[in-house]
Design a protein around this ligand. Structure first.
Ligand code: BEZ
Length: 443
């Protein structure tokens, strides 16, 4: 990697974005003629939808109806065309809420550092809470499109992403994914309009599998959430580990959003494995790491994982000290771009950034680059999407990365060790890791 080519760019130009609260109430949505009709024609009862009692299959089917209604709605007023409307679907509540905050802060920082405009246009943010609820994702996404957003940023959670894809797949609306790693977005449901600035779940876990096998481990027990992010993470880890002779002793899945892991600790204590691989994030990662430490398992059964210590070190305290994880970022990566980013972030928000902030920052930098390349004309979708594709993350705090043909980052992965409240860089364990993008027609 060429570290010298990485230069930070910090500017203190004023913020010039116009913000919108995204204030369409559920009531207003339900009383709106077009959307309600789509809602009803999607064959899902209002009661079932509101209570969240809708199966994933049903949501996916219904998404198409929302998409049609949203795209047909004549809501975009020409007079507003000067402002670029960017819809944001991130969580404001639940165990992953702080990930949404960090992504938002990172994205705003990058845009503010470029003067607060995108391609010379002011930005109107329309923000909706995903509530990390896959059942609500199609309706929320369609609402953003109906309100005139031709760029949507989100989400954090893979299940929510699958719901969003049902609305945005095969359309011209640009989707920038700043976290959720569901393989389908850059695999079988990839598309010219879909870009991910974070990772695929497989990609984030595969390097750790190879690394542990290279360390000489032969039997590992895996533990994660029982939804796409967890199962795909375990699959990536297993493929990497098995490719160098490792075997999975046992695979344990906990329902999302598990916070109490005590009952699993007894099971883990009985494991015949040499180590544990775990993927949890946010408040669940805090609880998992603390309870693992309290159960006294750390010495006997070393704990490794991904995301486990991102943005959580202060809350985890001594329980996280010394934990080794692998990610596409480390707090003290020796790039000038990283140092400049961290100091600007602290100055702007009074807190330290984490990998989610970096993903948000790169999403903002991507938007700045592409909007500028098309002179603010984001309506010319082939040109705008070509400009997005041409982005090179040479000033990224994580190190240089670029898009694969499936529009997922090709990036390096690092071994880090938690010490004194930081995920400290130890070594680069895999370079230019590319998601296999199975089923993607762009590849
Ligand atoms: C996901 O659902 O894709 C996800 C959630 C938290 C951290 C990483 C991935």
């Amino acid at each position: 990697m060429n570290y010298d080519s990485l230069k930070g760019s910090v500017s203190s130009k004023p913020v010039r974005q116009a913000f919108s609260s995204g204030g369409v109430s559920r009531q207003a949505f339900l009383s709106g003629g077009v959307s309600r009709q789509a809602f009803l024609s999607g064959g899902v009862s209002r009661q079932a939808f509101l209570s969240g009692g809708v199966s994933r299959r049903r949501i996916l089917k219904t998404g198409a109806a929302f998409a049609g209604a949203a795209l047909a709605a004549p809501y975009v007023r020409r007079a507003e065309a000067a402002r670029l409307k960017v819809g944001v679907l991130l969580p404001n509540s639940g165990v992953l809420a702080f990930l949404g905050t960090k992504i938002t802060q990172g994205m705003e920082l990058a845009i503010n550092q470029s003067g607060g405009l995108l391609g010379g246009r002011e930005v109107e943010w329309i923000r909706l809470d995903s509530e990390t609820d896959p059942a609500k994702a199609p309706e929320r996404t369609a609402r953003l499109v109906r309100r005139g957003c031709d760029i949507v940023v989100g989400p954090v959670h893979s299940g929510v992403l699958l719901g969003m894809l049902r609305v945005l797949g095969g359309t011209n609306t640009t989707l920038l994914i700043p976290n959720a790693g569901a393989g389908a977005a850059t695999g079988e449901h990839c598309g010219e309009n879909i870009f991910r600035t974070s990772f695929s779940n497989w990609q984030a876990a595969w390097p750790m599998g190879r690394f542990l096998a290279q360390r000489g481990l032969r039997r590992v027990t895996t533990m994660s959430w029982n939804y796409a992010a967890g199962t795909e993470s375990v699959q990536g880890f297993t493929e990497g580990f098995a490719s160098l002779g490792g075997e999975i002793s046992e695979g344990i899945l906990a329902p999302y959003p598990a916070a109490d892991f005590h009952s699993y600790m007894t099971k883990l204590a009985a494991s015949d494995a040499e180590a544990i691989y775990a993927f949890f994030s946010g408040a669940s990662a805090v609880q998992f790491v603390k309870q693992y430490h309290e159960a006294g398992l750390r010495d006997r059964l070393p704990l490794y994982g991904v995301f486990l210590t991102e943005g959580t070190l202060e809350a985890q305290g001594v329980a996280a000290e010394g934990l080794e994880t692998t990610m596409h970022y480390a707090d003290d990566l020796p790039f000038e771009a990283n140092r400049a980013f961290r100091s600007a972030y602290r100055e702007a928000y009074g807190v330290d950034p984490d990998v989610f902030s970096v993903q948000g920052y790169d999403t903002g930098a991507l938007l700045v680059h592409a909007a500028q390349a098309v002179g603010g004309d984001t309506d010319d979708k082939p040109a705008f999407h070509a400009a997005l594709r041409s982005f090179r993350g040479v000033s990224s705090p994580r190190g240089a990365w670029h898009f694969s043909r499936a529009q997922n980052p090709v990036q390096d992965f690092y071994l880090r060790r938690a010490a004194g409240g930081q995920n400290r860089y130890i070594e680069t364990i895999a370079q230019d890791v590319t998601d296999p993008a199975q089923g993607c027609t762009l590849v």
